[in-house]
Design a protein around this ligand. Structure first.
Ligand SMILES: Cc1cc2nc3c(=O)[nH]c(=O)nc-3n(C[C@H](O)[C@H](O)[C@H](O)COP(=O)(O)OP(=O)(O)OC[C@H]3O[C@@H](n4cnc5c(N)ncnc54)[C@H](O)[C@@H]3O)c2cc1C
Length: 496
């Protein structure tokens, strides 16, 4: 075992949306930061691979699966769709869904709004305010306008407008890099880090945290760095390894004093796993497209319900070209389903003849949906809830697509009797959240409203594990905003 000589202000474990953003911000404030990242920095021109091939987790039935998660500098943001949405005001409150009440956060939207502003600026979010009827209050518009979309999508938007829908330009993170312009935690969150204050260790997998005799403070972080075991020390430790690996580290850090794992007297670590329900729906385009283009429009007309029901159904987004979409690569073989329907088409040709949509619906926290450890193995017990609301959204959207196709002025899509669709399977865990939830009551939550572990004096969590509820829009921007808020908290704490 190697004991590192240095002592840092802060050790951050994981460099994704939460950890990468936090490390950039704290290093700019002059804090000495050690960032432990189990992956490597990706070289220019790397191919997007939707999952880590050698990672194996186990599902509810004990069967192994390879999760769609990405271990590299930037984490899952290296493969994300870069749609960075704010949660809506009501998403922060007790919100009745069809199957139960989605719980409130310990603060409201207005508290997080200034950090959303900062997050959009740092991630160079291009968007247009004032179009989406569910948009939360903003102090100002977006700094950057949306980039142009493919012409056939523009025509499709016109077709949706004629059906009474209110499509809006999805807010997207774009960097200045012409070759690979999608923004992520490396090129946005860490880009302006003060490298004099930030040390990054790659291939450094945090294994466990070592506590003081009182059990209240973490003294050392144990990590496997390129096959060797190291011990690192700091004043503060931040877990940002994502909603599966952060609870895994806490559970693995158990000892006689903490038999259930660290900060887990409440038995909440790893529980309440939420993963938004996603169904991909395909439409046939009249002319071929490249299959390689970014996401474009969103539709929130059913976010809070529809003409028949008054509970939330969810969010729709135009998914982007199916040949480059990592999420698509993971969905059940929807394209192979169409290839059966039209056997003369090859997969590439099929992809170029489709327009893909994602329907996304939130789920409720459930104690039994959880990540736990069987010795060193990660196990996931998970069953979606709130399914009927999701089905309603899917059928509502297919009806809308049919009306668009029946409109003689809309020529870019063809009328089809069937719209192939597929639900994202368990391995698509990229939107996971909730496994170390935030709350005022230590009996039913893991961290307090600032992100500090209730049972530990110097450990914080800065990733999507802390979400008390799971919005129907992506969790990325909220994770980034929470990290920026935490940067302020930690800076002040070290100052005092
Ligand atoms: C294909 C895909 C598309 C997505 N599209 C969108 C989208 O368009 N919009 C949106 O809002 N969200 C999207 N998401 C979700 C979004 O990427 C996540 O919500 C977000 O990245 C979560 O941030 P995080 O900091 O919690 O974790 P991550 O970004 O996953 O970061 C975790 C980091 O911790 C590292 N790590 C893990 N374990 C250890 C360890 N033991 N030691 C050291 N390092 C460790 C990982 O390598 C990684 O760098 C998408 C996800 C996927 C997979």
């Amino acid at each position: 075992m190697i004991i590192d000589d240095s002592h840092y202000d802060i050790i951050i474990i994981g460099s994704g949306a939460g950890g990468g953003t936090l490390a950039g911000s704290l290093s700019r404030e002059g804090r000495s930061v050690l960032l432990l990242e189990r992956g490597e920095a990706m070289e220019a021109g790397w191919q997007k691979r939707p999952r880590v091939k050698d990672e194996v987790w186990f599902g509810p039935d004990g069967d192994p699966f390879s999760p769609q998660t990405f271990y590299a500098l930037g984490g899952n943001t290296k493969i994300w769709g870069a749609v960075l949405e704010r949660m809506r005001e009501k998403d922060f409150t007790d919100l009745p869904l069809q199957e139960g009440v989605s719980p409130a956060w310990p603060f409201d939207y207005n508290h997080l709004a200034p950090y959303y502003d900062q997050a959009e600026a740092i991630y160079r979010v291009h968007g247009k305010a004032g179009v989406d009827p569910t948009e939360p209050t903003r102090s100002k518009g977006f700094d950057q306008s949306p980039r142009p979309v493919m012409p056939f999508l523009e025509e499709l938007r016109e077709g949706l407008l004629r059906q009474g829908c209110q499509p809006y330009e999805l807010p997207l993170s774009w960097s200045d890099n012409e070759e690979n312009p999608v923004g992520d935690a490396e090129v946005c969150g860490l880009a302006t880090a003060d490298t004099g204050n930030l040390e990054i260790r790659y291939k450094a997998k945090a294994l466990r945290l070592h506590v003081s005799p009182s059990g209240r403070e973490v003294k050392k972080v144990e990590a496997d760095v390129n096959g060797e075991i190291w011990l690192f020390s700091s004043d503060l430790v931040v877990l940002a390894a994502g909603a599966i690996n952060t609870p895994a580290i806490l559970l693995r850090s158990g000892n006689e004093r903490h038999p259930r794992g660290l900060s887990n007297q409440s038995d909440q670590v790893g529980r309440n796993l939420m993963n938004v329900q996603i169904t991909s729906i395909l439409q046939r385009s009249a002319a071929p497209n490249s299959g390689l283009y970014a996401r474009s429009y969103g539709v929130n007309d059913y976010y809070w319900g529809d003409k028949n029901v008054s509970f939330p159904l969810g969010h729709i987004q135009a998914a982007g070209g199916v040949l480059q979409d990592a999420l698509f690569a993971e969905s059940p073989p929807v394209l192979s389903l169409i290839s059966k329907l039209i056997p003369s088409f090859g997969i590439k040709r099929l992809a170029s003849r489709t327009v893909a949509w994602w329907a996304m619906t939130e789920v409720l926290p459930d104690q039994e949906n959880r990540i736990w450890l069987n010795k060193e193995q990660i196990r996931i017990n998970y069953l979606h809830n709130n399914r009927e609301a999701h089905d309603r959204l899917v059928y509502r959207w297919i009806d809308t697509l049919k009306s668009v196709e029946a409109d003689p002025y809309t020529k870019v899509v063809t009328s089809e009797p069937v719209h192939p669709r597929g639900e994202a399977p368990l391995s698509v865990v990229g939107f996971a959240c909730g496994t170390c939830r935030m709350g005022e009551d230590p009996a039913v939550s893991v961290v307090d409203a600032t992100g500090k572990c209730h049972e530990l004096d110097n450990v914080y969590i800065a990733d999507s594990s802390v979400f008390p509820s799971c919005p129907s829009v992506g969790p990325g921007l909220t994770t980034i905003a929470l990290a920026l808020r935490m940067a302020e908290t930690l800076h002040q704490r070290l100052h005092n």
